[in-house]
Ligand binder design. Structure first.
Ligand code: GAF
Length: 397
């Protein structure tokens, strides 16, 4: 069965209760931001290409109040394994450190335009941690929306600048040189829609309706996370930059198959494969978004599978468990599955599967039993495209 997704109200309620217990008063402010699933367009954002994510119904909530002590006191109800739930740090001279979960909060605080006062806060999240569905971006964006409510912070900056600041927080404080996709969709997601995001010119991007009347988006967590993620992502990014130089283009968005063939002799086999993935994936993503707009789910599903194969064989960021989940999903092709692929950075985390509405329970049962027989446990979420980050109104607190 699919997991029940916790309501935002119950998350807020719990966060407020914990805040009152720890700090002895009601929080004055709050914000929430969703995780994301990327339907197609993987490892294309940092190549100026297209991505096609949607915001998830799973969110990170932060509630809190400003203080005058100069010391921030923050508790999370979802720390990483072996990490403490509670930490304190001075608001001046912010530096990354331990616990790791707090680096996303500190990193964003360090980026805010204007002056951030010290604050007390409680964080709670229904976004699976380390599941490749942007729990970190949701924490960054929720923190941004929380902090920008303080009067001494300049809230008047452009939306894209805010997103770039959240991305920079992740680069500087978490050491992860991510692209723009995760923070962008968490900030701007729109209920009932996926977003065809042009990472070269994000503000011209296009919302595509994704109605729940015909299909459902099934997110399957493999519940594995291979250690490679941390080191392999920057390596892929660097390979793409080096390849762009060899091809004489600003980014791989400007490359095409003919250029690649003509320069094949100037690059090693691995670099050639990486570029082949990026070029084909950028094209697939644009065409897939068009197919979804035309309600052509078969074509969309075909692109999803092609994307997975390219990520597995050319970009080499999949893993045995993700390949199995995709294979088991595709065994249900005649029983409601249009397409399936790994989603996010790779080496574990989730797959995303497009399923004909009404067939999801049967599909879940099939994948679940096959994955279990291989010795693993998956978690399933049926996810309607949901709204982006929001400030919590006072009466919600
Ligand atoms: C991670 C990154 F944070 C994104 O920017 C993106 O590159 C993705 O991996 C791969 O498409 O989620």
């Amino acid at each position: 069965m699919a997991q029940e997704i916790r309501s935002v109200d119950s998350l807020i309620e719990e966060a407020v209760e914990v805040f009152k217990k720890r700090f002895g008063s009601k929080p004055a402010l709050g914000a929430k931001a969703p995780g994301r699933v990327n339907l197609i367009g993987e490892h294309t954002d940092y190549n100026d290409g297209f991505v096609f994510p949607m915001a998830l119904p799973m969110v990170t909530v932060i509630v809190g109040s400003g203080t005058t002590s100069g010391i921030c006191r923050v508790e999370t109800l979802n720390p990483g394994a072996d990490e403490p739930r509670y930490t304190e740090f001075p608001i001046k001279g912010l530096q990354p450190g331990k616990p790791k979960w707090c680096n996303y909060v500190k990193g964003v605080a360090a980026q805010m335009p204007g002056t951030v006062p010290s604050f007390d806060a409680v964080i709670i999240s229904s976004v699976p941690l380390g599941g490749g569905v942007s729990s970190s971006a949701s924490l960054e964006v929720a923190t941004y929306k929380f902090l920008e409510q303080f009067k001494s912070v300049d809230s008047n900056i452009d939306r894209y600048e805010k997103i770039l600041k959240c991305q920079k927080a992740e680069h500087d404080f978490a050491g992860m040189p991510c692209g723009i996709m995760d923070q962008y969709i968490s900030m701007t997601g729109c209920e009932g829609h996926a977003l065809l995001l042009d990472c070269r010119d994000p503000e011209v991007s296009k919302l595509v309706p994704l109605s729940n009347d015909n299909v459902v988006v099934l997110v399957t967590n493999s519940n594995v996370k291979h250690e490679l993620t941390g080191s392999e992502y920057p390596t892929r990014r660097k390979q793409c930059q080096d390849a762009a130089k060899i091809l004489g283009v600003e980014s791989l968005r400007d490359a095409n198959e003919y250029m690649l063939k003509s320069k094949q002799a100037d690059m090693d086999e691995e670099t050639f494969m990486r570029v082949r993935h990026v070029i084909s994936e950028i094209q697939r993503t644009e065409e897939a978004a068009k197919a979804l707009e035309d309600l052509d789910y078969d074509t969309f599903g075909k692109f999803m599978l092609e994307s997975h194969v390219s990520l597995r064989d050319d970009f080499e960021v999949s893993c045995k468990e993700l390949d199995e989940l995709v294979e088991f999903a595709m065994e249900m092709k005649d029983q409601g599955v249009y397409g399936s692929r790994m989603t996010g950075g790779g080496f574990g985390g989730c797959t995303v599967t497009l399923v004909k509405k009404g067939m999801e329970d049967r599909v879940i049962r099939h994948i679940d039993s096959k994955y279990k027989a291989n010795g693993h446990r998956a978690t399933f979420f049926v996810c309607p495209p949901s709204e982006g980050a929001k400030v919590l109104e006072e009466d919600a607190l």
